[in-house]
Every structure is written in C-alpha cells, then in structure tokens.
Design a protein around this ligand. Structure first.
Ligand SMILES: Nc1ncnc2c1ncn2[C@@H]1O[C@H](COP(=O)(O)OP(=O)(O)OP(=O)(O)O)[C@@H](O)[C@H]1O
Length: 229
C-alpha cells in the first residue's frame, strides 16, 4: 500500500537530510505508529506520502504508483485515497459539523443524494449524530477532532494519515479518538499515525516505526513507544 524505496529528503539550505535512505513497506490494512523525537522526520515522511514534498532521491509508492512520477493533474485523484487528520483539527469555522464533512464530498463532485447518505452515516460512526448543526467553536476539542476524523473518512479512503491527532487532547479524550481510528482500521483502511503519545502507543501495541535524525532505527510489530522515552 505504501513503499519507501531508499528515500532521502533534504530540504534546501538544510545541512542534514530530514530523511535518509529510508526503506519501509506498509501493507493494506496495517496500523502503524511513527515515533521519534521532534525533528526526526515524521512529518516529512507523511508529507512525502501526500506528495506535499518530493524525495531528493529514492522512490515513494502509494497504492502501487510511484507518486512522484504522477502527472500533476493526477495528484487530486491520489489525495482522494488519502484521508488526513492533524493536531489542530483544521475545520472550517463558519460551517456546521454537517457542512464540514459534506464539504469533503462536494469538492470531489459527489451527488447531493450521496452526501445525504454518507454524512449522517459517518457522523454516527464518530458519535456526533446529535451535534450535526453545531459550529466548530461550539464543540470540545475531542468533538472537533471527531469531526476531522469523519471528514477524513467520509470518502472511505484507502489510507488514513494522522499527524499527532491527539496532541491537543487530554488522555481520556485521546483514548476515544484512538478507538475511532482503530475502528476505521478494522474496516480495512490502512492507518499511519505520527505521535509523541507514549501512553497510546504502549496501550495499542501496533507496529511501531521509530525515526532518529531521519533514519529508521526500529521497526517493530506490536511495539511500544520506546525504551529511553
Ligand atoms: N519545509 C522545510 N524546510 C526546511 N527544513 C525543514 C522543513 N520541514 C522540516 N524541515 C526540517 O527537517 C527535519 C525533520 O522535520 P519534521 O518536521 O519531518 O520532523 P518531525 O519528526 O515531524 O518533528 P515534530 O515531531 O516536531 O513535528 C527537521 O530538521 C526540520 O527542521
């Protein structure tokens, strides 16, 4: 589903590469935590998958395609297969919960009838069926993140990418979000999550890939956050 083949990414003007000679393969349906100190390259890893950055050398494959060889007009199609969730929720402040989720479908040209079917179904999945008419600032942080998860998943992407999705949430709320990501993973969606949250990684016992200074230093099935953290 995702493959990094000897990938190095050096940002212009930076002495050290953000990622160096990374070889990683993630199969369909896996749940993977990406861990490592601040600046170790986690966000860069995720940005390469989204084609928000391109490798300096090496190849990145998503769903069987080498994504840096895709014509730019095909990039929106690629991104439809990738749902994204971020630490800071990134909801549209003037749209309701329903509209925020519906918007993700409108921009890819889904019909009104599909939107009317898919949005309530997905809001129910995340437990927000009673808050569909609220605005984001009328919701708790955990609820806002649930909206963001619903928006990322409403189109049933093959891969869900989450960059520190629990970074702004308290531990109890974080557990709720993780249950949701776990449920989404059980539908067959591949989940890749960058995190600093040791408690969650230790609790979930999923595959853990650890980066240090841009290099993969650990790739462990049913792993823990780390020994020295
Ligand atoms: N757009 C950019 N231009 C130049 N350097 C960058 C850019 N983005 C990241 N870097 C550098 O690349 C390295 C890896 O950064 P990255 O954001 O991937 O790390 P991270 O593990 O996600 O960190 P954090 O946990 O703090 O989010 C860092 O040294 C960072 O300063």
């Amino acid at each position: 589903m995702i493959r990094f083949d000897n990938v190095t990414k050096a940002y212009p003007g930076q002495q050290r590469a953000a990622l160096e000679a990374v070889d990683v393969e993630v199969d369909k349906g896996e749940f993977v935590f990406l861990v490592g100190a601040s600046g170790s390259g986690k966000s860069t890893f995720l940005r390469l998958i989204l084609r928000e950055a391109s490798p300096t050398s090496g190849r990145v494959y998503v769903a069987g395609k080498e994504i840096n060889r895709l014509a730019s007009w095909k990039v929106p199609r690629l991104r439809r297969d990738l749902g994204t969730v971020f630490q800071d929720f990134r909801l549209l402040p003037n749209k309701t919960v329903f509209e925020n989720v519906a918007f993700a479908l409108q921009v890819i040209g889904k019909s009104k009838s599909e939107i009317r079917r898919l949005v309530p179904e997905t809001l129910e999945l995340v437990g927000l069926e009673n808050k569909t008419e609220r605005l984001p600032d009328e919701l708790s942080g955990g609820e806002q993140q649930r909206v963001a998860v619903a928006r990322a998943f409403v189109n049933r992407p093959m891969i869900l990418i989450a960059d520190e999705p629990t970074g702004n949430l308290d531990p109890t709320t974080s557990v709720g979000i993780m249950k949701l990501l776990d449920r989404i993973n059980r539908t067959g969606t591949t989940v890749l999550m960058a995190t600093h949250d040791a408690g969650i990684v230790d609790q979930m016992r999923k595959r853990v890939i650890e980066l240090d200074d841009g290099k993969v230093i650990r790739d462990q099935a049913r792993g823990v956050y780390g020994t020295q953290n």
